[in-house]
Design a protein around this ligand. Structure first.
Ligand code: UGA
Length: 429
């Protein structure tokens, strides 16, 4: 099929590449001409495992193309996906101006029936607004259908999640676009659920809020574990074996971050408020998350006492493993708090150093994870990168002025760390 995707951010680019990989002909549109040039030259503006290879391969095969012209993109396809950013506004609500602008542009370029599919995360009822807008701005007065098709990919695992989705959600107002969207997704062999548009939009916010709730729940349990000497990982294993609960997203941490959970929680709380419902449960999820960071910083200051003139090593800057994304990263937030307390920082991340440099000033960026501890008073693990598990612990122990390690991601076994001579403080264990 011929498909157009507007917006080449994480979702748009990864989706476009995966659609091309299964044989569709995909045109990716971005209004940033410089970005389009980079993509055309075979460059990838983000780090996402496996994506560069997929983009290069499908571009070479002629199935993946890039343009800065929405008009050209809309003209060549019958199905147009919107995958532009929906950033947060200062009051927690969502900035829908990019969606609105793209809806107008699509409307202006339409000369025959189109299925306009919204993939961006949007508040419930946005589909209605997009429909109204297209109707208003479509001079050619042609038929169209608006479809909501929320995306559930995780950064760092985008290709895997897109190629093997656990479900595809399609929200529609009429049956006409259903077979078309089914054909788009047929090569993925995923379970498909067809709903009304409002339900599809809600599924996305309700999913992300629930996952964030799961993390805050286990983080709250971690506080009880610390107060009683229990082990949060064992508790998570025990409750996670119940199929109704599941083990995933029950890893206690210094809190969740990223460009989705914090934003989607605020948005969902705001949407509920506008609908007359006080979503206190989700406010508590936010509160627990903020508290988890404060508790971790306190753990560090309780142990090291005064941070002024001390040097702390921090491993991990990205908001999670397998990505270079530092947006709303708990690791960056931690670094800033430690700096505020007067600490000097030596930091490392396998992929996020460049992006971190823009938001983290006056830190020493160290290229090798095993060198970070040199001359430090303590080492902190802030992101769950798998490779940190392969840290040369003997070298780290010797390099630290005192062998203190704070693990905000529970990567190591406490008993083993003690045996190796560390003062080891993790989360809920
Ligand atoms: C999240 C959702 O998982 C995706 O399904 C969704 O499509 C995406 O948002 C989106 O809305 O676009 P993502 O933000 O890429 O994906 O990352 P996650 O893997 O969900 O991690 C989010 C945060 O939670 C990270 O800071 C991570 O370290 C933290 N986390 C995750 C925990 O602290 N504990 C866990 O058990 C799991």
């Amino acid at each position: 099929m011929k498909l157009t995707i507007i917006g080449t951010g994480y979702v748009g680019l990864a989706t476009g590449a995966c659609f091309a990989e299964v044989g569709h002909h995909v045109m990716c549109v971005d209004n940033d001409a410089a970005k389009v040039e980079i993509l055309r030259a075979g460059g990838i503006p983000i780090y996402e495992p496996g994506l560069d290879e997929l983009v290069r391969k499908n571009a070479a095969a002629g199935r993946l193309n890039f343009t800065a012209s929405t008009e050209a993109g809309v003209e060549q396809s019958d199905v147009v996906f919107i995958a532009v950013p929906t950033p947060p506004l200062a009051d927690g609500s969502v900035d829908l101006s990019f969606i609105e602008k793209v809806a107008r542009e699509i409307a202006g370029a339409m000369t025959r029936y189109k299925v306009v599919v919204d993939k961006s995360t949007v508040p419930v009822r946005t589909g209605d607004k997009v429909t109204e807008t297209i109707k208003r701005y479509c001079k050619a007065r042609v038929d169209f259908d608006v479809v909501s098709n929320p995306e559930f990919l995780r950064e760092g695992f985008a290709v895997e999640d897109l190629m093997k989705p656990d479900r595809v959600v399609i929200g529609v107002r009429s049956q006409r676009p259903v077979p078309i969207i089914k054909e788009v997704y047929a090569p993925f062999h995923a379970p498909l659920i067809v709903t009304d548009i409002n339900s599809a939009e809600l599924i996305k916010h309700a999913s992300n809020s629930f996952l964030a709730l799961k993390i805050s729940y286990i983080n709250a349990i971690s506080v009880i574990c610390e107060a009683t000497g229990a082990n949060v990982q064992e508790v998570a294993n025990g409750i996670g074996m119940d199929d109704r609960i599941g083990r995933r997203f029950l890893n206690a941490s210094l809190g969740f971050g990223g460009s989705c959970f914090p934003k989607d929680l605020s948005a969902f709380i705001k949407i509920a408020e506008q609908l007359g419902y006080d979503f206190g449960l989700l406010k508590e999820v936010q509160r627990i998350n903020a508290d988890q960071m404060n508790r971790f910083v306190k753990k560090i200051t309780d142990t090291l006492w005064v941070l002024k003139d001390k040097t702390i090593g921090v491993l991990g800057l990205a908001f999670k493993q397998n990505t270079d994304d530092v947006r709303m990263s708990p690791a960056i937030e931690l670094c800033l708090q430690l700096q505020k307390e007067g600490a000097r920082l030596r930091v490392h991340d396998p992929k996020a150093m460049e992006r971190a440099k823009a938001v983290l000033k006056d830190a020493t960026f160290v290229g090798d994870m095993n060198e970070v501890a040199e001359g430090c008073d303590a080492l902190v693990i802030a992101t769950e990168w798998e490779e940190f598990k392969k840290l040369d612990l003997e070298r780290v122990r010797k390099a630290l002025s005192h062998p203190i390690l704070f693990d905000g991601r529970n990567l190591f076994d406490p008993a083993e760390m003690e045996r190796l001579g560390f003062i080891y403080k993790s989360i809920g264990r």
